[in-house]
Every structure is written in structure tokens, then in C-alpha cells.
Design a protein around this ligand. Structure first.
Ligand SMILES: [Fe+2]
Ligand SMILES: [Fe+2]
Length: 328
């Protein structure tokens, strides 16, 4: 008995060593590999939160599909919103390789036990917001997600490679929409500026709390899940966005936004973290609406999931040759 326990302990230490060596070498951890329980839990939380964000993120823009100003804009927006559904599915699949199920994760989301990105709790008040979301929100997502292509967990990193290619299309379609409006009437230019004013601060908050108040960052970086801190990514986003705003002809609502020669970066005001925490805790302008809508869709889709499952079970029970025969 004692020998057995010692053996187990030895095995565990050896497995931990192998895991550490894989992380150290910046190789991938795959689902079949041993991993510390805390690593698995952290990843499930992060990948689930990411998957939920893709799915909830369909709502603010989906709101405008039936009111697109032209067939071209409608086709673009439909494609974009469908892409987000696909991103959600890749990510739920990645989470499933960690030993959870999409059902379980969605149940947690609709019960308010798992989070999604705070940005989707802000309303979309005009079609201009479709452009601003593409430019700034998908732009911030790209800053966050490009480094995740090299994250230490294989299925997550591989999902991100495909997602990032599509996010880049999302950003461009948003920027192109705003650029078209800026070439239009004075009223259209004002609409763009008003929309940018509303989304700038919430977009900065997408990178999460400041580093000195982000308890998970250090461990996530040690595990190679994250490769940059929240503040580093936020700075990168600001530096990237200022020249784009200049090219577009809009300004960001921040009087402290200016180039700092010494740092080689733009300075900017500290986001309103009280607002951030209140939105994260459920008190944003649209939290209740977004969650209620998701829950309704989940409840109303229950019969479809049951029917699909019953169909799959029936198919599996039928001899393969008979199934082929039936398909003819
Ligand atoms: Fe996405
Ligand atoms: Fe996107």
C-alpha cells in the first residue's frame, strides 16, 4: 500500500515535470496529455468565457440585420454574424477536449454562473454601430487573440488561428463602413463620431482589469496560456487605433490622449474601472436583456437538440448497409 502511494506520488511528480518542460519549451499541451487540475480549470473558464462572448456577441449586431441600409450591407453583416456563431462552435469544441460539454457550459452561462465579454452589454443604437464594432471591438479582439494563436493548449491555439483570419475581415468591413459614411453628409460624419465616442472606453475595457488588479494574469502567463498582460495589449490597441482614427477623420473622447516621445507610446486616460466592474457584475445597460435572450433561444431550441439526438441514436441503431439503402 505504502509502495503504491509512493509510486503514485512519484508518477505525479514525473508528469508535472514533463508538463513543465513542455511549457518551458513553448510546445503544445494536447488533450491526451497529463495537465495540472488548476491548468485545466483555468482553461475551461477562459475558453468558455471566450465561446460565450462569440455567441452573445451576435446579439448587438444581429439586432440590425433586418434593417440594413442596402442588400450589400445586409450580406456583409449576415456573413459576419454567422462567422461569430462559427467562432463560438470552434471554441466550445476546444473546451470539450478538456472534459466538459457545450451543454454544461451553456447551462452555466444562462444561469449567470459564467461570464462573457463586458462589451456586449452595451446597446447598438444605429447602423453606424455595426461599423464601429467592426473597427474597434473586433480590432480589440484581434489584439487579444493574435497572441492566443500561440497559447500553450493545442486545440485553443488552433481554433484561434482560424478565428483571427475571420476577425481581420470583420475589422476591415467595419472600417470600410465608417469610411463610406465619412465621405457622405455632415450628418453621417456626426453619426460616426457619436458612435465612436460611445464605444471607445468600453473597447479599452475589453482587455480586462489593469495588471495590478488582475489576479489570474501571473499564473496564466506562467502556464503560457497568456503571453501578454492586459495593460500591454491595451497599449498596443491604443497605439494601433490612433493613426486609424486620424485616417478616418474622427477623434477619441480622451483629452489626455497624446504621443509620449519618451515612452514611444500614446498616453491615455485610465478607463472608468467602476463602470467596468459594475458591467461585469451584471449591471450594464443590456446585461439582463442579453442573458434573457440567450436563455429564451436555449429553451426554445431544446426540442431541436432532443430531436437531433434521437435521430442520431436511431441512425446508430440501424445497420450501416440498411442506412445506406434508406438514403438512396
Ligand atoms: Fe469572433
Ligand atoms: Fe468578429
Amino acid at each position: 500500500m505504502t509502495t503504491q502511494m509512493n509510486d503514485n506520488r512519484f508518477d505525479e511528480a514525473q508528469l508535472q515535470e514533463q508538463f513543465d518542460a513542455t511549457i518551458e519549451a513553448k510546445d503544445r499541451i494536447e488533450p491526451r496529455d497529463w495537465m495540472p487540475e488548476a491548468y485545466r480549470k483555468t482553461l475551461i473558464r477562459q475558453v468558455a468565457q471566450h465561446a460565450h462572448s462569440e455567441i452573445i456577441g451576435m446579439q448587438p449586431e444581429g439586432n440590425w440585420i433586418s434593417r440594413a441600409p442596402s442588400l450589400r450591407r445586409k450580406a456583409i453583416l449576415l456573413a459576419k454574424v454567422q462567422d461569430e456563431a462559427g467562432h463560438g462552435l470552434y471554441l466550445y469544441s476546444a473546451a470539450e477536449t478538456l472534459g466538459t460539454t457545450r451543454n454544461e457550459l451553456t447551462e452555466k452561462l444562462v444561469a449567470g454562473k459564467q461570464k462573457y465579454s463586458s462589451i456586449f452589454n452595451y446597446p447598438t443604437l444605429s447602423y453606424t454601430d455595426v461599423g464601429t464594432i467592426g473597427w474597434l471591438v473586433d480590432g480589440a479582439a484581434i489584439c487579444n487573440q493574435v497572441p492566443l494563436c500561440r497559447t500553450s493548449f493545442g486545440p485553443y491555439g488552433r481554433a484561434m488561428i482560424r478565428i483571427c483570419k475571420e476577425e481581420s475581415f470583420h475589422q476591415r468591413q467595419g472600417y470600410e463602413l465608417l469610411m463610406t459614411m465619412m465621405r457622405g453628409t455632415e450628418a453621417q460624419r456626426e453619426m460616426v463620431q457619436e458612435s465612436v465616442n460611445r464605444f471607445w472606453c468600453p473597447a479599452l475595457m475589453m482587455f480586462g482589469p489593469p495588471d495590478d488588479n488582475s489576479p489570474n494574469t501571473e499564473q496564466s502567463m506562467a502556464w503560457g496560456i497568456k503571453t501578454h498582460t492586459n495593460d500591454e495589449l491595451r497599449q498596443k490597441f491604443v497605439d494601433m487605433s490612433v493613426p486609424q482614427a486620424e485616417a478616418l477623420g474622427v477623434t477619441f473622447p480622451d483629452e489626455n490622449l497624446k504621443w509620449n516621445e519618451e515612452r514611444g507610446h500614446y498616453d491615455f486616460s485610465t478607463p472608468n474601472w467602476d463602470e467596468f466592474w459594475s458591467v461585469v457584475k451584471g449591471d450594464g445597460p443590456c446585461n439582463a436583456q442579453r442573458l434573457a435572450h440567450r436563455k429564451r433561444a436555449w429553451d426554445e431550441g431544446a426540442w431541436v437538440r432532443e430531436a437531433a439526438l434521437a435521430f442520431a441514436e436511431n441512425q446508430a441503431a440501424v445497420e450501416p448497409t440498411t442506412a445506406e439503402e434508406a438514403a438512396k
